[in-house]
Design a protein around this ligand. Structure first.
Ligand SMILES: [Mg+2]
Length: 395
């Protein structure tokens, strides 16, 4: 059984939680600071109720609601909160997956009462962060993720054998992971409206596709041509194992993000890879691990799902090195300014760092990196981050 936790309107809820003035108000988070010249990257439920959604130009959102509250995105704050939630969930000592910045999965197989656990998780998150989460529980991640979407916000939904048909009949097809885009449109043009319709046509979808771990890899599998599917599948096998308890060494550490809209600027795409590399590196260092293999995953309308990895002799936990290896992977592709909708960085082939790094230059870097982490954990958010990320993403 999987317990899928999906934070409700995550970015907007965080802003509302820390600024009571914004509470219960229609609010948008802009991907850039200039109110009228940006894109909505998150909307509060009050804004969503008016028809405002992410991906919409902010100008259009203000036409719908002139009194809209506006906050420029502060990715560092969201990432920090996300990592704190991850830390809280680690406390359960169950296999845990960081599915995206606002989604987490606990493997609750063998757990007697997953519903009461779900309630507890929701309460703990609310008590600690003053924001709500929706929880879905089902036999695999695909159904658990679907369940988490069905009673948002602040929902808790269990799909079991008893209600399987009834729930799937009520669930519109596009709620199912991977069915939001082209694949879903194809099925819908064939007359499939609900998840139950898909189940009748392709029951295996709900088992086969659900066996892998991350949502993005699933989407990659669905949206790409067969040759790419095969390759992604091969890569999947390499790091789809369920991580062990938090005391054990994880198989891989990964961060991914879905952008509010397809992005074409190589500068912005690289800044995202940089930010994700920072996050992966920070988690490696927290756990005293280094990684030999770096995997870059991209998804976009032209390229579908792309994943490739690079294994080096020297294991690293230096974020900049991880980023550089990602760029090398990127350079080997034949892509010419593809639009990118989602991306992920994974470190695998992990080894415990037993002895300090030897070279002076590496030592200097190590000291710098440690200082970076100390400052970030003391001030509770990424106060310091690479200038590239700061300038491109946050302003
Ligand atoms: Mg969410």
């Amino acid at each position: 059984m999987i317990l899928h936790i999906d934070m409700d309107a995550f970015f907007a809820s965080i802003e509302q939680a820390i600024n009571p003035h914004l509470l219960d108000k229609p609010l948008i988070i802009g991907s850039r600071g200039s109110k009228m010249h940006t894109v909505v990257c998150a909307a509060s439920y009050q804004a969503k109720a008016l028809g405002i959604h992410s991906g919409m130009p902010s100008r259009q959102a203000f036409t719908i609601c002139p009194n809209l509250e506006f906050v420029a995105a502060d990715q560092a704050k969201y990432i920090w909160t996300s990592e704190q939630i991850f830390e809280l969930l680690k406390g359960y000592n169950l296999p845990l997956n960081y599915a995206s910045i606002d989604e987490f999965q606990l493997d609750v197989s063998g757990y007697k009462n997953p519903v009461s656990l779900g309630k507890e998780v929701k309460e703990k998150i609310y008590a600690n962060f003053n924001i709500t989460a929706s929880v879905g529980i089902a036999k695999n991640w695909l159904l658990a993720k679907l369940a988490s979407k069905l009673n948002k916000p602040d929902g808790l939904t269990l799909i079991n054998e008893g209600n399987f048909e009834a729930v799937l009949r009520q669930a519109p097809l596009d709620r199912l992971c991977g069915m939001g885009g082209k694949t879903g449109q194809v099925f819908m043009s064939q007359g499939l409206k609900t998840c139950w319709d898909l189940y009748l046509k392709m029951p295996e979808f709900f088992n086969t596709f659900a066996s892998a771990q991350t949502q993005e890899l699933q989407e990659a599998l669905l949206s790409v041509d067969p040759e790419r599917s095969r390759r992604v599948n091969e890569n999947l096998g390499k790091f789809s194992e369920t991580p062990g308890s938090s005391q054990e060494k994880p198989k891989s550490i990964s961060h991914s993000y879905t952008l509010p809209r397809p992005e074409i600027s190589p500068q912005v795409i690289k800044a995202w890879i940089r930010l994700l590399s920072e996050m992966v590196g920070e988690r490696l260092r927290q756990q005293n691990l280094t990684a030999k293999t770096v995997h870059l995953w991209l998804n976009g309308p032209e390229i579908g799902g792309f994943g490739a990895q690079k294994t080096a002799k020297n294991a690293t936990n230096d974020s900049y090195e991880i980023y550089s290896r990602c760029l090398k992977i990127l350079a080997k592709t034949a892509f010419k300014r593809p639009r990118i909708r989602a991306l992920g960085v994974t470190a695998s082939q992990l080894i415990f760092q037993d002895s300090p790094l030897l070279l002076v230059e590496e030592k200097r870097r190590e000291a710098l990196i440690k200082a970076f982490d100390r400052i970030n954990s003391r001030f509770g958010e990424s106060t310091i981050y690479p200038a590239q990320v700061g300038t491109v993403l946050l302003k």
